[in-house]
Design a protein. Structure first.
Length: 259
């Protein structure tokens, strides 16, 4: 005869509490994952495609909707496996009947906005939310340097990094340059950095970046390469040389005539 082991009431209470706590954690984790899955920010570049994925909606629905600012992109009727697309999305979207995901092609700036997926049935559910931002690719920034010779031993330089009609200006003095950063509208960042003798001008946004580099020689050499250093007296003597020679010829000629 088999004898079943019976747990004491105190241990049974602990087991019941543990079971409830485990169930609560599972439900809370599932709820947290659902919240994370249905809310997302996305950044895409003009001309590319994006895929929007919903949380698995189950099978208890009749119609699946994708919306853009509450305007219907497409309706999928599950019972007859038919998709109806609305203008202007015909030819621009692909719908996956199994995953219920949506691919939107050839993105343009006016595709920026809020996207939502819903199921309609006995109960209506929101199964996806996206905030999509479509951005232009950044342009290649322009980097210029302007040397300023102060003396034979001191040289300053102005660095100008330009992009998207904005610019950051930095100064270098005795081999030390200031690094600059500017945040522009549209999540665009313009930065100017210096590493050793390399100056970097970088323009970026959430979908890409472009940069321009310039390698600079030591500042005193860079100044002299753009214009000779002025040494007082040296240039004057160079200009007076021919004049002195002419005067000598005239004096000798006069002496010869008088004799």
């Amino acid at each position: 005869m088999e004898v079943s082991e019976v747990l004491p009431l105190s241990e049974l209470g602990i087991f019941t509490s543990f079971t409830r706590m485990t169930l609560t954690l599972k439900i809370s984790f599932k709820y947290f994952c659902s919240l994370s899955a249905v809310s997302s920010d996305m950044f895409m570049q003009v001309g590319t495609s994006v895929q929007l994925n919903p949380v698995y909606p189950g099978q208890d629905f009749e119609v699946f909707l994708w919306l853009f600012h509450n305007n219907t992109i497409g309706k999928y009727y599950k019972d007859i496996s038919k998709l109806k697309l609305y203008s202007p999305y015909e030819g621009r979207v692909e719908f996956n009947e199994e995953a219920h995901s949506l691919i939107l092609k050839n993105l343009q700036r006016n595709d920026t906005g809020f996207y939502e997926a819903k199921t309609i049935g006995e109960t209506n559910k929101v199964v996806a939310k996206y905030r999509l931002t479509v951005l232009d690719p950044v342009e290649t920034p322009v980097l210029t340097t302007t040397p300023h010779m102060q003396s034979s031993e001191a040289c300053n330089m102005t660095l100008i990094c330009r992009g998207h009609d904005y610019s950051v200006i930095s100064s270098c003095y005795n081999e030390i340059c200031d690094e600059m950063e500017l945040t522009l509208p549209g999540s665009v960042t313009l930065t100017l950095t210096v590493s050793g003798r390399v100056v970097n001008c970088n323009l970026s946004n959430p979908v890409g970046w472009k940069a321009t580099d310039i390698e600079i020689t030591p500042l005193t050499q860079h100044c002299t390469s753009h214009g000779k250093v002025h040494h007082p007296g040296s240039s004057n003597s160079a200009h007076l040389g021919p004049f002195k020679g002419s005067m000598l010829v005239i004096i000798l000629s006069v002496l010869c005539i008088t004799k």
